[in-house]
Design a protein around this ligand. Structure first.
Ligand SMILES: O=C(O)CCC(=O)C(=O)O
Length: 345
């Protein structure tokens, strides 16, 4: 059955692991959900959790976390602010227009590409190393209360940042490394951004796409989707829907983590589809190292049987290429950083 597994299956597996002797059940469920984090590193259930998460990342590059510790009321507050922002008149949203080639700001992604129409609006902000949230909120909500927006967004991103750091440690340990091995990537100048994706109902969903198939260039993505389905992950060439679970976060490995793990973890193609009846909102937080950080698999993950795949590069170098070489329309962008390509060029 593995070949047709849904990313939710990883959750099922975690739940199965939790379905052990009755007296341990409560504890194990809580441990899975990070409620008690940090937890004893040498306890049985902890190491099972680490192994199971690592397996999910090797196989699917995606998994979901339950009982993640981020306050549900904060998630709802941030979602409400995202809706408030998308409901603003177009000329107000255009005050923070994202020009072509720029990373941050508002964009109505309704351009036509070769085959399908993009049917989405998005708004991308950065918290670290320098927040642009206050400035953009001041332009968007000049007539009302910019702080209501910026405080909800910043609190939400800080909470997700905390979750992402815990996940990074668990996933690092899953590679057989010390949990803090990659923490250098999350120091002072780290980059943390969030994109709100809003997909209005579409009269012709079969002719449109919300967000075309892509891998995330980042280290780790922590996504919250509302209760409307739309996210799909490509597993063995098939598009598999990720059932919306507003009480969960969807976590996926980005290209950088694929590189750091020497391809043990997979950065997998995913996309968002649209429907004719319901609007949909997702909040995607992206975790990244500082721009000048060198990204390279550690020697512990390089063996004669599993040789080094990528040459070292900086996050800035990768970012400059990331949106020029789209995995669908151009050569795979990460292939440009293969060690053999570097050696032969
Ligand atoms: O809306 C979604 O579910 C997908 C979002 C996504 O893939 C992204 O923002 O990169």
């Amino acid at each position: 059955m593995e070949g047709t597994s849904h990313p939710d299956t990883s959750i099922k597996r975690f739940k199965e692991m939790a379905r052990a002797p009755k007296e341990k059940k409560k504890n194990r469920r809580r441990r899975f959900g990070f409620q008690d984090f940090p937890i004893s590193r040498d306890s049985g259930p902890y190491s099972e959790l680490v192994k199971a998460m690592a397996k999910a990342c090797q196989r699917w590059g995606f998994f979901q976390v339950l009982n993640h510790g981020v306050d549900q009321a904060l998630i709802q507050r941030c979602e409400a602010e995202a809706h408030r922002m998308f409901q603003l008149p177009l000329d107000v949203k255009e005050r923070v227009h994202r020009p072509p080639g720029a990373s941050f700001g508002y964009g109505a992604n309704t351009w036509v590409n070769q085959k399908v129409m993009h049917w989405a609006e998005s708004f991308h902000m950065q918290l670290h190393p320098t927040s642009n949230i206050h400035d953009m909120a001041a332009k968007l909500f000049a007539e009302s209360d910019p702080n209501q927006f910026s405080s909800a967004v910043e609190e939400y991103m800080a909470a997700v940042d905390g979750l992402a750091r815990r996940l990074l440690e668990l996933l690092t340990e899953g590679l057989g490394l010390e949990p803090g091995h990659f923490n250098q990537y999350l120091e002072k100048e780290r980059m943390i951004s969030m994109r709100f994706n809003f997909y209005p109902p579409c009269p012709e969903p079969s002719l449109a796409i919300g967000l075309r198939a892509h891998t995330d260039p980042h280290l780790l993505t922590i996504l919250h989707q509302d209760s409307v389905a739309g996210l799909q992950v490509q597993i063995d060439g098939k598009w598999i829907p990720v059932k919306p679970r507003p009480d969960c976060f969807v976590v996926n490995i980005g290209d950088l983590f694929q590189v750091l793990s020497n391809t043990m973890y997979k950065s997998v193609l995913h996309r968002a589809v649209v429907n004719s009846s319901s609007q949909r909102l997702s909040l995607a937080c992206f975790l990244n190292p500082p721009l000048n950080a060198t990204v390279a698999a550690p020697p512990e993950l390089i063996t004669p049987e599993w040789p080094q795949i990528y040459r070292p590069f900086t996050w800035l170098e990768y970012l400059e290429n990331a949106y020029l070489y789209h995995p669908i329309t151009g050569a795979d962008r990460h292939e440009r950083f293969f060690l053999s390509t570097a050696a032969s060029s």
